[in-house]
Structure formats: structure tokens, C-alpha cells
Design a protein around this ligand. Structure first.
Ligand code: B12
Ligand code: SF4
Length: 439
């Protein structure tokens, strides 16, 4: 079959992120089917995105249009009203354009959705776009299987729940099909060393996306992929997009060893949990090319950590901070306010803890549920109080970032990064500036 993959994400903040997941599905699909890719990320506005989609369908004359949908929220974590309208318009536009093609006229079964937004809210995304099918979870096996079923003239279910696959059996993402502007702009490529998270932090939907059982990739294959990306024009940095890079610890260590063995070819960042992140591992990460990590600390009281079921305490967070400083790694600790019945006093205590921890950067998010089955009326008053607290406190603390309020986050920061032609994830630049200020 002829398949047109379309990456629909147009979010440019904190930086444009290449559609790794969609490129992975494209790689798995092209063994059997004819694949083309269109990326709407750099389109000027929504009408331009719709025109681009229409033109791509007319050009590719696909049997199936596969829309990759990543975000339900924009960088400011707004409720997604505008995004929902955008997704609905894309669905309408794709269906209309497919109807004009002889090959798909009247089949009504040719618009397929996939991606994190679809896994979190499949029913809403199907209703919004009018798509015929939605793949929930990873697409490398489920999507080609769907195409095969369609090619045989079968009528597969609307919702396709993917079964997790052993990662070493999957092909590498089709980086040859990526829009080069991602690399020209800031040079960050992305790699996964594993899928899944075995922790059970109460509010977190990452295990819903990738599973609770961790599946790891062979460290040698990870290192090969990193080395290949390092040879790719424009690639200067790497982001390990695992939910948590450092767990399981043994695997993180093995990946670091494999990277060291191939000369630590790229500076990289990752998401890390304070759990098990000891000095030995931090030192090894530094030798393997790590320049910084976004650390999911999440609460600044031990009671809060216990309630969120975080598997560490504040003393451990302080040890991690010290290790990062000792080994010259930049740190950005994230904090989630407003989850699990947190009181106003506890939110204030978290801010005091951050003040005393004094990381290079701290990013504050106000909790918002995205899992379809759990989306409930939010505590509007508590959210408003947290916004007021952060609006008062964050601007006067150097290094505190609040995406929702645009504090040290937003187009101004991005323009600065672009003007200075700085490479790599933008938070690193803020963190470096902060270290330089401190001397
Ligand atoms: C790493 C990451 C980041 C990094 C990205 C670094 C980079 N250069 O790529 C950073 C920190 C920059 C980031 C930023 C943001 N992120 Co983020 N991020 C992630 C994370 C942890 C992994 C994404 C990833 O690459 N996964 C690896 C790939 C292989 O998986 P995948 O994309 O899901 O693809 C698989 C399936 O979804 C499916 N699939 C994907 N596409 C398609 C297409 C088709 C047709 C099919 C059939 C299947 C399919 O198959 C793929 C392979 O198995 C996810 C959470 C998670 N664990 O998934 C959040 C997540 C994607 N991010 C999210 C958000 C909100 C954001 C921000 C808006 C936050 C902010 N305020 O800044 C920004 C937006 C950035 C942007 N420009 O879009 C949300 C999106 C959903 C939502 N709630 O809106 C997630 C799910 C986290 C969450 N629960 O809130 N993010
Ligand atoms: S460790 Fe991180 S990814 Fe895993 S459940 Fe907790 S918050 Fe989510």
C-alpha cells in the first residue's frame, strides 16, 4: 500500500522535536509498503499546515494517511482547545482530500491516528478527527499489521491496542526521512535506550504510554545508533528520550560503558530519577558524554514524595545535587504542584526546599490529568492559588522556570537561542548562564 505519514506537531517550544516515534513506525512499515513523510512542524500557521497536508495527499496519492499526533497541550500546558480545533481541522482536511482521489474514494477507511496524544485519549481523538482507526501504544508492529488487514479487504477494529515488542527486533527510526530543519536549527537528535517505567508514581501517565515492564535495548545497538547519528550532518547533541534513563541502573551503566567504548561521540541529556542515582553512576554518565539531566524530583517534602509514591527521599535529592555539581553536570529539577491532595502549606514548603537545594534550574508544573479515563473536573481554585504563588515567587528566583506562566520560558528565550545560534537543548543554555553568574 502507499502510505503518507504526517507529523502534525507544530509546537516550537521549548524547541521543535523531531518525530522519533513516527519515524520508527515509518521504518517498520517501509519493508512492506511504499512510505512518504510530510512534516507540518515548520508551517507558518494552521491554514498553511492544512494547505501543506492537502498538497502532500495530492502528490503522494496514498491509500492510507497516517497522522502522528504528539501533544494534547501546548508548551504552556493550556487545556488544548486550540490544539483540539487544529486536530479536528486536520482530520477534516485529510478525509476531504482522500475523497478526491480515485484510489480511496468511498472507502471511508483510510485515515489512521497514532502517537502519544492518541494513546492517552483515543476516543476523543477519533471523534475529533473522524479517523477510521487509532493505534493505541507503539506502532511498529500494529500499524503494518493494520495495513496488511486493510490490503486483504478485512474490516479491522477501530481501536487497535498494540502489544509491546522486544526492542532489539525493531528497526532503527527512519532518520533519512526526517525534515533536516530540526538539525539545522539546534542539532538535537533523539534515541531511546529502553521503553517503560517500573515505578508507580501516582499521577504519572508515562507507564500508560510505554508500559510498566521495562524493555531495554542492547547497549551496543544504542551506541551504534548514537555513533551513526554523530556522523549525520547537523547533529551536535543527543536527547535520550527514555522516561527514566538511570533505571534500571545496571542497564544505564552498560549503556554508558558502550558509549565510552565508542568515544562518547555526542554530548547528551536525559530524564533521570533521583532513585539509585549515586555518585558512581553520575561520574560514569559524565564520562559517557552526559552534560546534564532533567531530574524528576517532583515534591519538596518527604510526606509529599511518599504520597506521590516517589521511591526516594529529600536527602537523596540533595546527594544527587552534590554529585552533579562535583562532576560538572548541569541539573534541572522538575516539580509537580497540585497533585494528590497537596495542601497550600505543602506547596509553599516545596518552594522553600527548592530555594535551599539551589539547583542550576528548577521547572514547576501544575498537575493536569490527561488519561482519558481519569480526566475529571479540576480543582480550579487550588490551581489559581498555585499560579498566584508561582507568579509571585518564580521571577525573583534565578533559574526558576514556569512554562505555564512564561517565566524564563517562551518565544523570547527561543529567539535568543536562535540569534546566538546556540546548539543543543535550550535549557542547557539557561543552566550554563546561571552557573556563570554564580561563578
Ligand atoms: C522526551 C520528551 C520530551 C523532550 C523531547 C526531546 C526531543 N528533542 O525529542 C522535551 C523535554 C523537549 C519535551 C517537550 C515537550 N513535551 Co514531551 N515528552 C517526552 C517523552 C518523555 C518521550 C517522547 C518520545 O520521544 N518518545 C519515544 C517515541 C519512540 O515514542 P512515541 O513518540 O510515543 O511513539 C510511539 C507511539 O506513540 C506510536 N506512534 C508515534 N507516532 C505515530 C504515528 C502513527 C501514524 C502511528 C500509527 C503510531 C505512532 O509508535 C511510536 C513507536 O512505538 C514523552 C512521554 C513518553 N514517555 O512518551 C513526553 C510527552 C510526549 N511530552 C509531552 C508534552 C506536553 C511536552 C511539552 C508540551 C511540554 C512543555 N510544556 O514544554 C513539550 C512540547 C515540545 C514540542 N516541541 O512538541 C506530553 C504530550 C501529551 C500531552 N500531555 O500533551 C508527553 C506524553 C508527556 C506527558 N505525559 O505529559 N518532551
Ligand atoms: S519515575 Fe518518572 S516516568 Fe516513572 S512513574 Fe515516576 S514520574 Fe513517571
Amino acid at each position: 500500500m502507499r502510505v503518507l505519514f504526517v507529523s502534525t506537531n507544530r509546537e516550537l517550544l521549548p524547541s521543535p522535536v523531531a518525530p522519533l516515534g513516527m519515524l520508527a513506525v515509518a521504518a517498520a512499515t517501509r519493508a512492506q509498503h511504499e512510505v512518504t513523510v510530510e512534516d507540518l512542524c515548520f508551517t507558518r500557521d494552521v491554514p498553511h499546515a492544512l494547505d501543506t497536508l492537502r498538497a502532500a495527499i495530492a502528490r503522494a496519492r496514498p491509500d492510507v494517511v497516517a497522522l502522528g499526533v504528539r501533544n494534547l497541550r501546548d508548551n504552556a500546558y493550556r487545556d488544548g482547545g486550540a490544539l483540539a480545533e487544529y486536530h479536528a481541522a486536520l482530520g477534516g482536511c485529510a478525509r476531504e482530500a482522500l475523497e478526491t482521489l480515485e484510489t480511496t474514494k468511498g472507502t471511508g477507511a483510510r485515515l489512521v491516528l497514532g502517537g502519544a496524544a492518541v494513546t492517552l485519549q483515543p476516543a476523543a481523538m477519533l471523534a475529533r478527527t473522524g479517523a477510521s482507526h487509532a493505534v493505541v501504544g507503539e506502532g511498529e508492529r500494529a500499524f503494518p499489521a493494520l495495513l496488511d488487514a486493510l490490503a486483504r479487504g478485512e474490516r479491522p477494529d477501530t481501536l487497535i491496542r498494540a502489544t509491546p515488542a522486544p526492542l532489539d527486533e525493531l528497526p532503527r527510526a527512519a532518520w533519512d526521512l526526517v525534515d533536516r530543519r530540526y538539525f539545522e536549527r539546534e542539532g538535537t537528535a533523539t534515541v531511546q535506550t529502553k521503553r517503560g517505567c517500573a515505578f508507580s508514581c501516582t499521577y504519572c501517565d508515562y507507564p500508560d504510554l510505554e508500559g510498566r515492564t521495562v524493555r531495554v535495548r542492547a547497549p551496543a545497538l544504542v551506541a551504534d545508533e548514537v555513533a551513526a547519528l554523530a556522523r549525520t550532518a547537523g547533529v551536535s547533541h543527543l536527547f535520550f528520550v527514555d522516561s527514566v534513563f538511570n533505571a534500571p541502573r545496571t542497564h544505564a551503566r552498560a549503556v554508558c560503558e558502550a558509549l565510552i567504548a565508542c568515544g562518547a561521540p555526542l554530548p547528551w541529556v536525559c530524564y533521570a530519577s533521583p532513585a539509585g542515582l549515586d555518585d558512581e553512576l553520575v561520574a560514569q554518565m559524565a564520562r559517557a558524554g552526559c552534560v546534564g539531566a532533567e531530574i524528576g524530583t517532583d515534591a519538596g517534602t518527604d510526606a509529599g514524595l511518599r504520597r506521590l509514591r516517589k521511591p526516594f527521599d529529600l536527602a537523596q535529592v540533595r546527594r544527587v545535587r552534590a554529585s552533579f555539581r562535583a562532576h560538572g553536570l548541569l541539573d534541572c529539577h522538575s516539580f509537580v504542584l497540585g497533585a494528590e491532595g497537596e495542601t497550600a502549606d505543602e506547596a509553599a514548603a516545596t518552594l522553600s526546599f527548592v530555594e535551599s537545594l539551589d539547583p542550576d534550574l528548577a521547572v514547576f508544573l501544575i498537575f493536569a490529568e490527561d488519561r482519558e479515563a481519569l480526566v475529571a473536573a479540576r480543582d480550579v481554585e487550588h490551581r489559581a492559588a498555585l499560579r498566584a504563588l508561582l507568579a509571585r515567587e518564580a521571577p525573583r528566583h534565578p533559574g526558576w522556570i514556569v512554562p505555564e506562566l512564561g517565566v524564563r520560558f517562551g518565544p523570547k528565550v527561543t529567539r535568543l537561542v536562535l540569534r546566538r545560534a546556540l546548539r543543543g537543548p535550550s535549557w542547557l543554555h539557561l543552566a550554563r548562564a546561571r552557573r556563570a553568574e554564580r561563578g
